[in-house]
Design a protein around this ligand. Structure first.
Ligand SMILES: [Zn+2]
Length: 483
């Protein structure tokens, strides 16, 4: 498997100069509304103008609260940066939350004892010194019509915060997002009414819901139930979620699993007796206090001792999706530490679930590898190349790797059938995440496909057809959406 540097030299395919030009520094990087970046060819510019008129469906994203209507530069970075997700883990349990809510005197006392402000600054400062953030500031400044500094952007954003719903509506309209496939497994405790408030704000973008198997299991596995009781309740909730309106009062269009970053290699398990043996042993260990917590000590052990149980229950969920011809998303790349164990996220470790073999037959459930396999992009693309029921999704890397998207999209287009590439953002917390993903997604897709057109590999019509598939047609076909 080639490395990145080699890839850059390979990716030229007759348009090497263009690719290198697109990657070269410039003092004019074309950030205006129509600009597609330095060195982009007139072909890429023309494609980009067309792509902006094509609605983007966001295959994997999350509902947003209205808590970020007013913010500061530090708070914005803390909500944006994946490296800031475990902020509270750098201190004894409860300290960080207390520090956030404390008056100045108590804060000073906590700082003296736990060095909270300094540790927090260490996390935020490095997240702020990124090309991503500097690029984002310029983009937001153009949208908000203010000076291109982070402080000015946040000030202009806060001015819009008085009508935060209106701000969301404008961002989503500018990003031209069709469907937002909302993974309800991460929603910051929002209730049905709060999710509906978000969905109303983003209209005419349509929120459609994805059911998270881990969320259902979280409640069940913490109780002292038998495997039969867990299975019965899991299936009841899956049926209610997939066949009825059991996803906070709305239907679901597919499921999502977060199992890969927990246990690594997932082999399907259909034998309840094996799961029961494992579960009963797990309950005995847990009753004796011998299961380490997932966020302390040895993270692997916490998951190792319940792996067969989890393989069995997630296989039941995939089976339920297969029966209904609904897709199931599997987290496979990118992601946040320390909740996910980074070394477990290799897309190749998903191969057995993709095969889903039983009685000598590979039964072809529709599996979506989400988060582009990043940084192991090539492993995700190759699995998708080999197995027709495996789909490749671009989120989180889109928008996080910004200009690197040109390189990534070229790598994806090398081997993934155009009919199996899905656009996504994994947007969380901040609406700008949705907006940047759609904006940069179209821009760098235009550059990647522009290289193919200039090299005579694709016609312009074929490039536009490809973009339409990637931006929304594949999503609508897979989830059986009419529009
Ligand atoms: Zn997500």
């Amino acid at each position: 498997m080639h490395d990145r540097r080699e890839f850059l030299s390979l990716a030229g395919v007759g348009g090497g100069g263009l690719l290198l030009g697109a990657c070269a520094p410039s003092d004019s990087i074309g950030l205006g509304p129509a600009g597609v970046g330095a060195g982009a060819s007139p072909t890429a510019d023309a494609l980009h103008d067309i792509f902006k008129t094509i609605a983007a469906d966001d295959t994997h994203c999350h509902p947003l609260t209205f808590d970020d209507a007013e913010t500061t530069t530090d708070e914005f970075v803390e909500r944006l940066a994946l490296s800031a997700f475990p902020m509270d883990r750098y201190f004894p349990r409860g300290v960080y939350q207390e520090w956030r809510n404390a008056d100045p005197a108590r804060r000073a006392a906590l700082d003296a004892e736990h060095d909270v402000a300094r540790a927090r600054a260490a996390v935020l400062d490095q997240a702020e010194v990124t090309v991503f953030l500097r690029f984002m500031v310029k983009e937001m400044a153009a949208f908000l019509e203010c000076d291109p500094t982070f402080e000015a952007v946040i000030e202009a954003r806060n001015a819009r915060g008085a009508d935060y719903g209106g701000y969301l509506r404008d961002l989503f309209a500018d990003a031209n997002i069709g469907n937002a496939m909302l993974d309800m497994g991460y929603r910051e405790g929002m209730n049905a009414e709060q999710v509906a408030r978000f969905e109303t704000a983003i209209a005419p973008t349509t929120g459609r819901r994805i059911l998270r198997v881990d969320t259902i299991l979280g409640g069940l596995l913490s109780e002292d139930l038998t495997i039969e009781e867990i299975e019965a309740e899991l299936m009841r909730q899956i049926e209610e979620g997939l066949d009825g309106t059991g996803n906070l009062g709305q239907p679901s269009y597919g499921m999502k699993s977060y199992l890969l970053p927990r246990i690594g290699l997932i082999k399907p398990l259909f034998d309840r007796a094996v799961a029961r043996r494992n579960w009963d042993e797990f309950r005995r260990l847990r009753a004796r206090g011998e299961v380490p917590a997932s966020d302390t000590q040895d993270r692997d052990i916490h998951w190792d001792v319940q792996t067969d149980t989890l393989r069995y229950l997630h296989s039941l969920a995939l089976e339920a999706c297969l029966e209904r011809d609904m897709p199931m998303q599997f987290h496979a790349g990118d992601g946040e530490a320390p909740r996910g164990i980074m070394r477990n996220q290799d897309p190749f470790l998903m191969e057995e679930m993709v095969r889903f073999e039983r009685d000598g037959v590979m039964r072809m459930p529709q599996v979506i590898l989400i988060h582009a396999g990043y940084p192991l992009i090539g492993r995700g693309t190759w699995l998708t190349h080999l197995y027709p029921n495996c789909h490749f999704e671009l989120s989180l890397a889109t928008p996080l790797i910004h200009h690197g998207l040109l390189r990534m999209y070229l790598e994806v287009l090398e081997v993934v059938p155009l009919s199996k590439i899905l656009f996504g953002s994994d947007a969380y917390h901040l609406p700008e995440f949705y907006w940047l993903a759609a904006k940069w997604g179209r821009r760098f897709l235009a550059q990647a496909l522009g290289i193919y057109v200039d090299a005579g590999i694709l016609t312009e019509d074929e490039a536009v057809d490809a973009a339409r598939m990637i931006l929304h047609e594949n999503n609508r076909r897979l989830y059986h959406l009419e529009n």
